[in-house]
Design a protein around this ligand. Structure first.
Ligand code: SF4
Length: 310
């Protein structure tokens, strides 16, 4: 995305939301790594100058100064999946957890230096094989730096592959299959559980607007294929037109008929969590993770009658 296009998009977001008296927040990422952009610091300055709250999600696999983003962002998220490269590289292929960890220290250093405290979180993607002592060590390290450690059950993206799979096509690559093998819930199980979610409409299409690097607009962050974009030009759309296009997007009907909109937000959360914990304790794991109840990472004490979480 050019800086000029980015600035125009941000200005339109500000104008449109002001007209509707609607608060908004910008996530400076979608399907990609924001800090790889050579003008990333400029993008942060554009938002800061306009007093727009924003956050980034990064895999932290690059050597960056972090000064501008610490100075300007509301939230900084590191997305991780292990504490040793042996585990981490199963999901973050080609990455180096040691670089990620050094960047967590660097962010803390910059925060202390510039005397600003954005909300920093370490988002841990939980698979069958990484909810272990290494995860616990990473939690301890993150919290020692003042960062929030948030475990989430990993799930598969994008949406088009879910739909093709449900329609009977063999769409998965060998790598997809290996990734799905590691998931706590298979795609079919997740869709079955999501049947019990209560959402009749999808909050993503009502509350989220995604704009790509070229100004095109996918119906939501879960879709990848350009045939499912609702516009090629965000700048030419009024808020009403945009909402109307999203509400009539053909892929949404298929998605909701298959309950995939609920999978994307793990609805119903209590049921997903109960099943995940049952799976983890069946495997006699020492740790399990939860969505909301503290501690998010609980230690399991196995008893004669079952188990307790501490
Ligand atoms: S219904 Fe599905 S495709 Fe449509 S916005 Fe929601 S998650 Fe995305």
């Amino acid at each position: 995305m050019t800086l000029e296009l980015f600035t125009s998009i941000v200005d339109k977001i500000i104008t449109d939301n002001a007209a509707l008296n609607r608060p908004f927040f910008i996530d400076l990422f979608n399907w990609a790594e924001p800090m790889l952009h050579p003008q990333f610091d400029e993008f942060c300055r554009v938002l800061a100058k306009r007093k727009v709250e924003f956050s980034i999600s990064s895999n932290m696999n690059h050597e960056a100064s972090f000064v501008e983003v610490v100075r300007t962002a509301h939230g900084i998220r590191a997305s991780v999946s292990g504490f040793s490269n042996e585990i981490y590289q199963r999901g973050h292929a080609g990455g180096d957890i040691n670089l990620v960890i050094s960047n967590l220290y660097r962010i803390r250093h910059v925060m202390d230096k510039v005397k600003r405290t954005p909300y920093v979180s370490v988002l841990y993607h939980v698979y069958k094989d990484n909810c272990d002592e290494g995860m616990k060590q990473l939690q301890t390290l993150s919290e020692s730096l003042g960062f929030k450690f948030i475990p989430v059950y990993a799930y598969f993206m994008g949406l088009e592959k879910y739909l093709s799979h449900r329609e009977g096509s063999d769409v998965f690559s060998e790598h997809d299959r290996q990734t799905n093998e590691r998931m706590i819930f298979s795609i079919d199980e997740a869709i079955e559980i999501a049947k019990y979610g209560y959402q009749s409409d999808c909050i993503l299409r009502q509350e989220q607007t995604v704009v790509n690097h070229d100004g095109s607009v996918p119906v939501c962050c879960a879709v990848f294929d350009p045939v499912n974009f609702v516009s090629n030009d965000f700048l030419s759309l009024s808020p009403d037109d945009l909402l109307a296009k999203k509400m009539s997007a053909p892929i949404c009907e298929k998605c909701m008929n298959n309950n995939i909109h609920n999978v994307a937000v793990y609805n119903p959360k209590a049921m997903f969590e109960e099943i995940a914990i049952a799976r983890m304790t069946d495997r006699k794991q020492k740790y399990v993770t939860r969505f909301n109840d503290e501690p998010l990472v609980a230690e399991v004490v196995y008893t004669e009658d079952g188990f307790e979480l501490r």
